[in-house]
Design a protein around this ligand. Structure first.
Ligand code: FES
Length: 339
């Protein structure tokens, strides 16, 4: 009996396609001989919840934990998308510690405005121009309409994209999960495969605590440095580590990020969006490039090691992702400042 923990809600547009995504997970589960049961949990959407969805992350994690624990299920698939839906679901699942796979919802397509790519972080620039009287209201509304062209989470390397990369680098999702756009057919295929895989995890009994080891957290911290992920990563990874009982402190983020080159050129600090990241090869290539600095022989939910999963990874666009020996920056992208 496989639970599918769903954060679909019309109040969370980033996760608005999750009912359809859940159907693809179910097909994979049935195909492999399992019995899926889908259940809803509190959905935290950044676009509408005020003052901030962060106030409810822990509440949502309790909902997830008790829904899993109090119902009769053997394993769980977590459908995560908008920022806090990923850490809250993973935290709740960690407290129960069943075999678990995460399926992220995927980023929205690039925004397009007058031939240029735009993302959600551009809204601040244009809203300030509008407030200063340098951009007409009609133009501003039209930019807004061109910014979010599809379902999916924010297309820049903000918190949601960082969280999708986090679950892949922790080894709790299938390889390639992070960057496939929400509307790309391959997102559905990944959901289908994840459904098959969660049933076939019977032999290994790969509970979360077997995957989420200290080494897995160290890998995630290093990968986050290589992609220039959001600093919210620190808050959420620490909370997940505490739930599974692995010691991770602030010093770890500083120390482990020191020698990791920045390899990904994504907004808001860089140029491209998540859609470009996927077409360029996605997270498997980044992991492959910094493999010598990772714990490469630890197991992931796929049943393969970190190194095995990325053996065939390639880069198709050297402007989006660089080689480890030709980094965008050698300065650490995460530094802990005191005083
Ligand atoms: Fe949901 Fe940005 S508002 S990911």
């Amino acid at each position: 009996v496989i639970g599918i923990c769903n954060t679909w809600s019309e109040l969370t547009p980033c996760n608005g396609h999750f009912r359809e995504l859940a159907e693809h997970v179910k097909k994979g589960i049935y195909e492999a001989g399992g019995f899926p049961v889908e259940f809803p949990v509190m959905s935290l959407g950044e676009t509408l919840i005020r003052p901030t969805a962060m106030l409810y992350r822990n509440l949502a994690s309790m909902d997830v934990e008790e829904s899993i624990r109090s119902n009769q299920m053997d394993r769980v698939v977590l459908l995560c998308g908008c920022d806090k839906t990923t850490p809250s679901l993973l935290m709740g699942a960690c407290s129960v510690d069943l075999p678990t796979i995460v399926v992220s919802g995927g980023p929205m397509l690039n925004g397009k405005y007058k031939g240029k790519d735009i993302g959600i972080s551009d809204v601040w620039k244009y809203s300030e121009k509008n407030r200063a009287g340098k951009l007409a209201d009609e133009e501003f509304v039209s930019i807004e309409n061109m910014m979010c062209r599809s379902i999916g989470h924010c297309s820049v390397m903000g918190t949601a994209s960082t969280m999708a990369c986090m679950v892949e680098s922790l080894g709790v999702s299938l390889s390639g999960n992070a960057a496939i756009p929400a509307v790309d057919s391959r997102r559905k295929i990944l959901a289908h495969y994840s459904g098959q895989r969660i049933v076939n995890m019977v032999k290994e009994q790969l509970t979360l605590s077997k995957v989420l080891t200290r080494e897995a957290f160290e890998n995630a911290i290093k990968v986050n440095a290589a992609i220039g992920g959001s600093t919210n990563f620190i808050i959420h990874l620490t909370a997940i580590a505490n739930r599974i009982g692995v010691p991770v402190d602030l010093e770890d983020f500083d120390r482990l990020s020191q020698d990791i080159p920045l390899l990904l050129n994504l907004a808001p600090s860089g140029k491209y969006m998540m859609e470009d990241f996927y077409y360029a090869g996605g997270l498997p290539y980044i992991i492959k490039e910094i493999l010598p600095q990772l714990h490469k022989n630890i197991i992931t939910v796929s049943g393969y090691t970190v190194a095995e999963q990325v053996a065939d990874a390639e880069c198709w666009d050297k402007d989006v992702m660089t080689k480890a020996n030709e980094p965008l920056s050698t300065l650490p992208s995460v530094v802990v400042v005191k005083g």
